[in-house]
Ligand binder design. Structure first.
Ligand code: SER
Length: 313
């Protein structure tokens, strides 16, 4: 049976690169990109694109029938900082879009789901260093609460109804193609843009705030790999810890200075500091490494080189 993919939220930070990657693997005719608006022209123009509201069950069901979709990647969500400003809508979007897709799988209309979780599922009472797969989880943000609840429902739908749902707890993701929208880790993308544009950057987190991060290519590869893994190898059906690199704003600034010696950084923490302080500094992802062979490739130096080279173009 041909794999036919629907990506919901295809114009976002992850969706953009995921769509491009999946089109290159499965072919343009087998990957349907969708988003609430026609935002990213490459995604809209280079293949099949449909406008869809992730909260509209009927619209999603219609697309699934129209294109005989087998796999859905649900990338639409409000991220941590934006969700704090609009908690009710964040809860509605993050939870009900997931229920729609889980229920479509339960009804036998699709075969496989990818749904992203986040390091935001952890909270201030979680051990911060080398955070284990199974540990205390008391998230203190709306985004974190929605992701943790989503994880519980994914596992429930898998155990009760046999739904093949697969998930990763993404760390902060860094890429040069699409800018992030509304996360606490966004500074780690903005810093590269500002370093090249102005030679200086004001950071909304303090200099020693260490967070788990990852270069986007690694995150996309992890997503493809967990979706291509044998179902039996995907033993965790809530969500997998996934780790790449961990750094502080001061450390990434020093790395950038190796390429732009005059670069300067200043610190002006805002409401996002409290969110960052509630998250892990580093992640133990040995389950992902053992179960489906996950390995990260990019370190802070190789990522910085690629980011600056591409943004310069
Ligand atoms: N990058 C996300 C955020 O900062 C974490 O999943 O909200």
């Amino acid at each position: 049976m041909t794999t036919k993919i629907l990506i919901i939220g295809a114009c976002g930070q992850i969706g953009t690169e995921l769509t491009t990657k999946l089109r290159s693997i499965y072919g343009n005719d087998n990957v349907i990109a969708s988003d609430i608006r026609k935002l990213n022209s490459d995604i809209v123009n280079n293949g099949i694109f449909e406008v869809v509201n992730a909260l509209d069950y009927n619209q999603i069901e219609h697309l699934i029938e129209k294109y005989q979709i087998t796999d859905v990647y649900l990338m639409a969500a409000l991220l941590s900082a934006t969700a704090e400003k609009n908690p009710a809508f964040a809860w509605d979007l993050n939870m009900n879009s997931l229920f729609h897709v889980l229920n479509l799988a339960k009804a036998g209309k699709i075969k496989k789901i990818f749904w992203p979780s986040s390091i935001a599922v952890f909270g201030p009472t979680t051990p911060r260093n080398n955070t284990p797969q199974y540990t205390i989880m008391e998230p203190s943000t709306v985004y974190g609460i929605s992701k943790q609840t989503g994880e519980r429902w994914c596992e429930y739908y898998h155990n009760q109804y046999g739904v093949d749902v697969r998930s990763i707890r993404y760390p902060g993701l860094i890429s040069w193609t699409t800018e992030p929208g509304g996360g606490t880790t966004d500074y780690a993308v903005d810093i590269y843009h500002k370093a090249l544009e102005n030679g200086t950057f004001e950071c909304f987190l303090s200099e020693d705030t260490k967070l788990p991060m990852m270069y986007m290519d690694d995150a996309i590869r992890a997503t493809v790999e967990i979706m291509q893994a044998n179902a039996d190898d995907v033993k965790i059906r809530s969500s997998y810890n996934l780790s790449g690199i961990s750094f502080t704003p001061a450390e990434i600034a020093n790395e950038i200075k190796k390429h732009i010696p005059d670069f300067t950084i200043s610190y002006k923490p805002d409401f996002r500091q409290k969110i960052a302080d509630s998250w892990p500094a580093s992640i133990d992802d040995s389950s992902a490494r053992k179960d489906w062979g996950w390995r990260h490739e990019f370190e802070m130096d190789s990522m910085t080189k690629v980011m600056l080279e591409n943004l310069r173009k």
